[in-house]
Ligand binder design. Structure first.
Ligand code: MF3
Ligand code: CO
Length: 254
């Protein structure tokens, strides 16, 4: 079942997404070499609370942190802990919040302090792949058109796109239908309709696309140990252009 959003529900969805993006921005600005991922998570928790929202991740299938913090070869779902962020690390920050019953979900990879050219390219390609996908999120297309655009862009740039984790519909639940793969999986693919809200989230590896889950049951890492990047927006499909909802500028001033 795909839930189309309109009216009050869409208003709440917009607010949740604006808060999710504001929190992500604030956390990105705050992070610096020398802090631990636990401190980053605590900071995220404070900011989420200050907006009267809740983490959408904490407690989800027993996930133990407020944000997902994944460093270097960690792809997604990294757990906050004693790891001290070093100059040159890549940190993927995924923030999902619940506000007024709706969820906004977004993620971004940033360099800690600075980074080398190859890591910068990895982040640039992942972010651009996200926008290539969003551009295809229009009525008349199918989900697979988003997937195709992302996969083609990533592979043209000789990076590997992760298969095991996918984007998703998002609304009252974090994971609604449809799934939004970042590659062409050959399955039947729903038509896009106005009112659909999708979290599109390519995960891109510098080397092989293969990943595994660590013994902690959560942290996803690249099999080859090379770095990975992750960018995510929650978007709304409209009768015209797609609208990025996880946009700080949309934050209501009241
Ligand atoms: N953005 C991720 C997702 O959509 C965040 C989920 S993390 C979890 O799947 F810990 F809550 F699972
Ligand atoms: Co998501």
């Amino acid at each position: 079942m795909i839930f189309l959003k309109s009216g009050r529900d869409l208003e709440a969805m917009r607010q949740a997404c604006a808060v999710a993006n504001t929190v992500l921005d604030d956390v990105c600005q705050w992070v610096k070499p020398g802090v631990t991922t636990r401190e980053v998570d605590q900071y995220a928790a404070e900011i989420i609370k200050s907006y009267g929202a809740k983490s959408a991740f904490l407690g989800y299938q027993k996930y133990p942190c407020h944000a997902c913090l994944s460093v270097n070869e960690q792809v997604v779902h990294g757990l906050a802990g004693d790891l001290v962020l070093q100059y040159g690390d890549l940190l993927s920050i995924d923030v999902g919040v619940v506000l007024k019953g709706f969820i906004g979900d977004n993620a971004r990879t940033i360099p800690i302090g600075g980074c080398d050219l190859e890591n910068q390219k990895l982040m640039d390609v992942t972010k651009s792949a996200l926008y290539e996908g969003i551009a295809k999120a229009v009525v008349g297309n199918r989900v697979v058109d988003i997937s195709t655009a992302i996969q083609n862009f990533v592979e043209t740039n000789n990076f590997g796109v992760v298969r095991e984790f996918v984007g998703h519909g998002v609304g009252r639940s974090m994971h609604e239908e449809p799934q939004v793969p970042n590659y062409v999986d050959g399955k039947s693919s729903p038509k896009l309709r106005a009112g659909m809200t999708l979290a599109i989230e390519p995960m891109v590896n510098m080397g092989s696309p293969e990943v595994k889950v660590l013994k902690d049951g959560w942290t996803v890492v690249t099999k080859d140990g090379l770095p990975s990047a992750h960018f995510e927006h929650t978007i709304l499909i409209t009768e015209s252009k797609p609208e990025i909802l996880t946009c700080r500028e949309k934050m209501a001033l009241n």
